[in-house]
Design a protein around this ligand. Structure first.
Ligand code: GLN
Length: 460
């Protein structure tokens, strides 16, 4: 990662990043540009360097922040109307750790409102375009962050992944995107979607940059009871030679785009040529993951979104004569249709008459998915699979068909239900020039080795 030194000043790097952000404004990547503050912070770093003082490991590195991370710089809206005008009094732990090392946030990135979506089309601020084809989606929900890195505006960007929101846009735009093991990075100060599957992670251009960001941000946080003790910085490196790589037979079928199947086959050959062993896996339980996910996650969404009532945060609807009307009008006007759909589904599956039939069943399926991966990792070290069945689709192509949109998440959501890490690794392009990514999956707490092993997928 480009770290500020005496040759490249932090101010110059930040100004360049801001200029690029403006040059690419047509992609609708940013919901806010942090111009004044970013330049001020960069100057402070340059002054420190000039005085010979020590600076952090990310000193002067410009980065982009997904709009659901709380920080006092600009409004935190999660790209939702209902949070418009909300300036956070607190800073997310992940943001604090990055900035303590000198990273400089140049802007907040566009996303599906409250991270509900797979295309960044559900944003109050309109969709973001794909880095390789303006008429196609950026992917989502962290679409803005993925495109900001893919176009070289910033060195890295933050994301959240509840069911694929880092891995899928990383794949659609040709960059690295990591969803760590659940509990690796504190969720404190990040707008909650589904608390049992939400993960904080990053977009980068290289595995080494990803590793550095993980070193900086992972670890236990007293403000997030679900964080794990710091295993990341205490991981013993596994030898990268002679690994066993699982390939899931169930995913290798005609519903996967031929370009993606070809890329997977090529990488399998590459791994074999480097002395790794390929293990065929059948994982029939994974076909229930999508249904389980779209029951469990909306249930948690319905609970987490109940706090937005027009009283405490952001937007409040005008002309409401009593408290009930205030809630109703604010929520009706403030949420996007996809947010409302999930609140409805969530409350339905949790309701007393349907809890056993839906939520409880989904929770049981989740346990089976966890066990299915445990069994698989007895036979292999990592699993290699597509990230999505198809590359980036056209803007508007799926907006009228939410179920079709959900179906694209089939290969990413099982990891969130199981709490295991997954890294999107760029794997070339389709014949028509769209980015392809493959997903490298490991057991819980294998994140560091997973990142190291991903270098084996690079062509020499
Ligand atoms: N596309 C998935 C969904 O819509 C994942 C979203 C996410 O990871 N935030 O739920």
């Amino acid at each position: 990662m480009k770290i500020a030194d005496k040759n490249i000043s932090a101010e110059k790097m930040v100004r360049e990043a801001l200029d690029k952000a403006k040059k690419y404004s047509g992609y609708n990547i940013f919901t806010f540009l942090n111009e004044e503050n970013a330049i001020k912070k960069a100057r402070e770093i340059d002054e420190k360097i000039a005085r010979g003082e020590e600076v952090g490991r990310l000193a002067g590195v410009p980065y982009a922040l997904k709009d659901n991370f709380l920080s006092p710089d600009g409004q935190t809206t999660a790209s939702a109307h209902i949070l418009e005008g909300f300036v956070s009094p607190v800073t997310a732990t992940a943001v604090k750790k990055l900035e303590d090392e000198g990273a400089i946030m140049i802007g907040r990135t566009n996303m599906d409102a409250f991270a509900h979506g797979s295309s960044t089309e559900n944003s109050y601020y309109g969709p973001t375009s794909n880095a390789h084809d303006c008429e196609r989606v950026a992917g989502g929900s962290s679409g803005g962050s993925a495109v900001a890195v893919a176009l070289g505006i910033v060195e890295f960007a933050t994301g959240t992944d509840t069911g694929g929101s880092i891995r899928q846009p990383a794949s659609f735009n040709g960059v690295y995107g990591l969803k760590p093991t659940y509990g690796t990075i504190s969720r404190y100060g990040v707008v909650a979607m589904a608390s049992s599957t939400d993960c904080i992670g990053f977009f980068t251009k290289t595995p080494d940059d990803m590793d550095l960001l993980m070193e900086v941000t992972s670890g236990q946080d007293p403000k997030d009871m679900t964080t794990l003790p710091d295993y990341y910085n205490n991981t013993k490196g596994m030898p990268t030679e002679g690994a066993k790589i699982g390939v899931i037979k169930d995913f290798d079928n005609n519903s996967v785009h031929p370009g993606i199947r070809k890329a997977l086959a090529q990488k399998v050959e590459l791994l074999k040529s480097k002395g790794h062993e390929i293990v065929e896996l059948t994982m029939p339980v994974l076909k229930y993951a999508l249904a389980a996910y779209y029951i469990i996650v909306p249930a948690e969404i319905a609970s987490n979104l109940s706090r937005y009532d027009g009283v405490r945060y952001g937007f409040r609807a005008k002309g409401s004569e009593d408290l009930d009307a205030l809630y109703k009008n604010t929520r009706s006007e403030g949420f996007m249709p996809e947010n409302k759909r999930r609140i409805m589904i969530g409350n339905f599956v949790l309701s007393s008459g349907f809890y056993d039939a839906y939520f409880l069943k989904a929770a049981k399926a989740r346990t089976l998915i966890v066990q299915e991966y445990e069994k698989a990792f007895e036979r292999c070290d990592y699993i290699l699979s597509p990230v999505t069945p198809n590359p980036a689709f056209k803007l508007g192509e799926k907006t009228d068909d939410p179920v079709d949109m959900y179906l694209g998440d089939i290969m990413t959501v099982p990891l969130n239900l199981a709490g295991i890490p997954g890294l999107t690794v760029p794997a070339g392009k389709t014949e028509s020039g769209l980015a392809i990514g493959l997903q490298l999956v490991g057991p819980r707490r294998s994140d560091k080795n997973l990142i190291r092993f991903s270098k084996e997928l690079q062509d020499e």
